[in-house]
Design a protein around this ligand. Structure first.
Ligand code: ADP
Ligand code: ZN
Length: 495
């Protein structure tokens, strides 16, 4: 199988598709090797015949941009991962920092014989990236690198990730695969409302959408009036935005009398880069009248394109030809069983400039499954619960902002913007949840009071503490251009 792909791997997507047919359909009858010559023969005929045109048509309807990777069986995925893991580990071993870490762990690249041996490898953390800032973890000379990106620094100093041109190309392929998976094609118009520059959501989606062949609108962040004008004038069919920004965009649309269903050609939203609840997603879909697909990425892993929902919307498919996915207990660092929440740990499998071994993302999630009605067997993970450092500890209770969001979004009277403030009063930690009202009915005091009570009770049931709930008029709370800031911690004594 591995030989086959090396020898007869064609970049051309038509060949890939045909290769997929051969490998999946033919191997059922007999051994694949016996069919290699048939495959080449048929390939030549196809290329020369009119069948090519029909094939082309069929491919337009194809669900898979990279069928040879997207449709691998679990066995094939794991074989590919092992091959790539061995190569990655050898490559890392050329770097002095990794060499030292390997020595401390008492291993050499030769100890990686099976996929489970990944657990012998030392973890990499954000601190490692900071300690070796900026280029200490580079595994190629700087002259081979063509770009660097840095994280948005949500939780401290930024970190740097270097890329070779091949890394950038592979990244574009991964993002293109994701966009194709949710139905985008070359005749789509893709508008990106991410900040460009160091933030990877900008250039990452830009290159991916270009690789797909869509017409791209690099609108960049903010300026909602301009975004809406672009959507209308250019016939935008798909937008990428952080979920909190979609809500803002919709508010401005309403102010401008623009109905996304009536006045735009939108058909897909790509939302990601920040934690959001299923309830928030449903709300966004309802307000914009289109499907919203969850996109997961992080600058350490290139950026967007790490994982995406398929049309089934049943979890995030992590691309396992690019990454080894582990979920570990953040305390013991031992693997947790499927279905249990733990920390996501990722190992890059095809990065040249700065491969990362067992990178502790601090994102908390769980495995949902390894098959999917969409035909992809790449592992499906639940939407992120948040990062371990997003967790608030209040009077000994662990709370994630997403838990609060989930409850707030269940009240149709409440809008999507909210802010959690933690304070210390009389030696006690308190939480205030300010949330905007969907419509202004501040004159109806009784109704407001009842709503406030209901929200408080529902929150208490979820987080086991009673927060102060403040209902505020729409547009009162701050809106950030990038990722939403949901928690302000003003406590004097941190727990
Ligand atoms: P920073 O680490 O400074 O925030 P990044 O832009 O690299 O910079 O952010 C990556 C992080 O964003 C992830 O580790 C994760 O916590 C969060 N994130 C990205 N996409 C999603 C998503 N779809 N759902 C939840 N969280 C996400
Ligand atoms: Zn799927």
């Amino acid at each position: 199988m591995a030989n086959f792909s090396k020898k007869y791997y064609f970049n051309d997507k038509y060949y890939n598709w045909f290769y997929y047919l051969c490998t999946t359909k033919m191997k059922k009858c007999t051994s694949l090797d016996g069919h290699i010559s048939t495959f080449c023969f048929v390939k030549r005929i196809i290329w020369k015949s009119n069948f090519c045109i029909n094939l082309n048509k069929m491919l337009d309807k194809s669900e898979y941009l990279h069928p040879d990777k997207e449709c691998l069986s679990r066995q094939e995925i794991e074989a590919l991962q092992l091959e790539r893991l061995k190569a990655t580990v050898k490559h890392c071993y050329t770097n002095e920092v990794y060499k030292k870490k390997f020595a401390e762990a008492g291993i050499t690249p030769d100890d990686i014989k099976t996929l489970d041996d990944v657990r012998k490898l030392p973890f990499t953390t954000k601190q490692d990236l900071r300690d070796n800032y900026p280029f200490g973890l580079a595994c190629v000379p700087l002259s081979k690198c063509t770009r660097l990106h840095s994280s948005s620094g949500t939780t401290g100093n930024p970190t740097v990730i270097l890329h070779t041109q091949k890394d950038i190309d592979e990244w574009a392929n991964a993002v293109a695969r994701c966009l194709h998976m949710v139905g985008l094609r070359p005749d789509d118009v893709f508008q990106n409302s991410s900040g460009y520059g160091m933030f990877t959501g900008g250039l990452g989606f830009q290159l991916g959408a270009e690789r797909l062949g869509a017409l791209t609108v690099p609108a960049a962040a903010g300026n909602s009036l301009r975004q809406i004008k672009f959507i209308k004038d250019f016939g935008t069919t798909a937008i990428h935005a952080v979920p909190s920004y979609v809500t803002r965009l919709h508010e401005v649309m309403v102010e401008q009398g623009v109905d996304p269903r009536r006045d735009t050609k939108l058909k897909v939203l790509v939302i990601g880069a920040e934690p959001h609840s299923e309830e928030q997603r449903k709300r966004i879909e309802k307000m914009m009248g289109v499907k919203a697909y969850n996109s997961f990425g992080m600058s350490e892993m290139c950026g967007p394109g790490v994982a995406f929902e398929c049309k089934e919307q049943n979890g995030l498919h992590f691309w396992e030809d690019y990454y080894i996915v582990e979920i570990v207990d953040p305390e013991t660092l031992e693997p947790v069983p499927d279905g249990e929440i733990g920390e996501l740990v990722l190992t890059t499998l095809n990065r040249e400039a700065m491969p990362l071994l067992r990178y502790r993302t601090r994102d908390l999630t769980r495995v949902l499954g390894r098959t999917c009605p969409c035909g992809r067997n790449h592992v499906r993970l639940d939407r992120m619960k948040g990062r371990s450092d997003d967790m608030m500890v209040l009077r000994g209770v662990n709370i994630f902002p997403i838990q609060i969001e989930k409850i707030l979004m269940q009240f149709k009277e409440l809008a999507s913007n909210y802010l959690i403030t933690l304070t210390t009063d009389a030696d006690n930690d308190n939480m205030t949840v300010e949330v905007e009202l969907e419509e202004l009915f501040t004159d109806d005091y009784q109704r407001l009071q009842k709503l406030q009570k209901d929200v408080t009770r529902a929150l208490k049931d979820e987080i086991l503490l009673t927060p102060h709930v403040k209902l505020v008029p729409k547009g009162t709370l701050p809106v950030s251009e990038g990722k939403a800031v949901r928690v302000v911690d003003k406590r004097t004594v941190y727990q």
